[in-house]
Each structure stands twice: as C-alpha cells, then as structure tokens.
Design a protein around this ligand. Structure first.
Ligand SMILES: Nc1ncnc2c1ncn2[C@@H]1O[C@H](COP(=O)(O)OP(=O)(O)O)[C@@H](O)[C@H]1O
Ligand SMILES: [Mg+2]
Length: 292
C-alpha cells in the first residue's frame, strides 16, 4: 500500500452549540503508529469520524497529500479508499449474515471482479488470523471475534490509513496481544495505523507518536515526551503511564522507557552503577601485594 499523507488543519466540530474540536491540527505520520489519547468525551471518536469523512467539519479541512477532502459522493468514495474507520462497537458495522459476506461487502461495492474480491477477503482474514471463521454466522461469534471481523472488513478496502476506535477496549489480555499482532501485520503491509484510546500505558508501549486531545485541540509528539508532561496529562484528565511514574519515583532517567522491560533496563543501569562503583573503588584501594 502506498503511503498517503493524512492531515487536519484548523478542524472545528460542534454539537448543539458546544465545540468538541476547535482549531485542531494534526499530521498523521505515514506508515507509523499514532495513538490519539484523551479522556472520555474529549472528542477522540469525533476526530476519527472527521478524519474518515463520516463527519463534515464546520471549520478547517481534512487533507490527503495536501488536497482537502471533497464531501461530494465521488470525493467521499475516493476518500474511503484511502482512509477506513473501524468503529468501537463491531455491531455498529457488521450486518451481513456470515463473515465472508460481511468482509466482501466493501470490495464488491467497488465493482471489483469476483476473484479480486475473494483474494482481498482472504488476505484480510489472514491478517486478523480468522481464516477459520469465513463461513461462520456473525451472530455466533464472540465480541473479540466480531471486532476482528469488523477490522477485516475495513482492511479489505486496502486503505493507506486505518483508523481504529478503541481497538483494545473490552478485550482480555490474550485478545489485546492478538490485536497488537493484527496491527503489526497491517504496518508490515505499509498501512498507517491510528488508534483512539484512553489507555496511556498501552499508548506509550505501542505508539511511534501520540496526540493528546485537550480543549478541542491536539498536542502531538513522541510518546515519552508528551506523556511525561505532567501538566498536559493532568489538563487532559489522563494520568502518566505507570512505568513513567515508577521511573520518576526511583529517580531513574525515563528516556526510552516504554514498558516493563525498558523500565527494568533503566533501573538496572541506574542501580548497577550505584552498586558497582564502590566495589570498583574498593578494588583499586585494596593494598597491593608487596612487590618482588
Ligand atoms: N452526534 C452527536 N451529537 C451530539 N453530541 C455528540 C455527538 N457525538 C459526540 N457528541 C459529544 O461530543 C463530545 C465528544 O464525544 P466523543 O467524540 O465521542 O468523545 P470520546 O470518543 O473522546 O469519548 C461528547 O460530549 C459527546 O457527548
Ligand atoms: Mg469514543
């Protein structure tokens, strides 16, 4: 999948006179992992819907390779071939009787020949590791399975950018691992992956960049930098990731700390140094054996 550059400039979206997004600028780094972070009601879903073309902004623009989205029928059709949104609740998206028919709906709608549709569906099911579900009725599937089918449906459109609203919400730890595996497979196929989440620990461990929603605008940057900004995190009604809090309490340099393993390495660097320094001093201070 070729890289296309998705961006937002000066976005404004209001509901019933209340501004949800206001002057929001965002650059989605092509081919990378971006996490949109914000408290409940901060506008994550609204932003994803606006980026996908489902919500038309009252102000500003969504741009693909610097070209503003055209909200006519044809323009939106083109936009959806570049950007696909997966809703938080799979049941908002799934409607066919079985998995194969649901995942093939989008490609069929593009007017592709049958064998191309079949190839796209098979590829998408493989990325989500759900080939074995192809013939299953949707209503028999678990929540996690329905979630993966909904993602496969978006992936079968072969978008450059996948927007996923809370993809790990409601999944058990194994389900989260499988979801991360699917996201990695998308990235390996050169798809840009954007997720919305309020899970700061997950965002720090997973993302290449984060954008924190605060007062309708986004503050973007490297996850470690943005999430160690205590004032920003507090204003956004989030908390700092636990590994950054731990590093700070231990007086450990938090640069490069993203998860338990990198925290452990930073702690070892800090305290091994403290322990081995006196040991070395002792060795050098030890009386030398008499010469000769
Ligand atoms: N279609 C809508 N009509 C009215 N208010 C809405 C609509 N969609 C979202 N909102 C409001 O916009 C705010 C942001 O919602 P949302 O984007 O869903 O936030 P998040 O996904 O971060 O929880 C909330 O106050 C929500 O109630
Ligand atoms: Mg939401």
């Amino acid at each position: 999948m070729s890289h296309r550059h998705l961006a937002a400039r000066g976005l404004g979206v209001s509901f019933e006179g209340r501004a949800v997004l206001q002057g929001l600028d965002l650059d989605v780094p092509s081919g990378r992992r971006l996490a949109l972070l914000g408290a409940n009601g901060s506008g994550k879903t609204t932003l994803l819907r606006t980026l996908s073309g489902a919500q038309r902004p009252a102000a500003g623009a969504v741009l693909v390779d610097d070209v503003p989205t055209d909200y006519g029928r044809r323009g939106l059709r083109e936009h959806r071939q570049v950007v696909q949104l997966v809703a938080q609740n799979p049941d908002d998206q799934l409607f066919a009787a079985d998995v194969f028919r649901d995942v093939s709906f989008g490609p069929l709608n593009l007017g592709l020949p049958e064998e191309q549709v079949r190839a796209r569906v098979e590829d998408a099911l493989a990325v989500l590791s759900i080939e074995d579900l192809a013939d299953r009725p949707i209503h028999e599937l678990s929540f996690g399975q329905r979630k993966r089918v909904a993602i496969a449906g978006a992936l079968a459109m072969r978008p450059c950018v996948m927007l996923l609203d809370e993809p790990t919400a409601g999944l058990d730890p194994q389900g989260v691992d499988e979801m991360v595996g699917a996201l990695e497979a998308m990235l390996a196929a050169r798809t840009t992956v954007v997720i919305a989440t309020h899970d700061v620990d997950f965002a720090l461990a997973w993302a290449d960049a984060v954008a924190v929603l605060r007062r309708g605008a986004a503050v973007s940057g490297p996850p470690g930098d943005v999430l160690s900004d205590a004032a920003l995190v507090g204003e956004a009604r989030l908390r700092q990731p636990l590994v950054l809090q731990t590093a700070s309490r231990l007086g450990v340099d938090a640069r490069g700390v993203r998860d338990v393993d990198s925290l452990a390495a930073a702690v070892r660097r800090r305290f091994d140094g403290a322990l081995s320094a006196p040991a070395r001093d002792e060795a050098s201070a030890r009386p030398r054996p008499p010469e000769g």
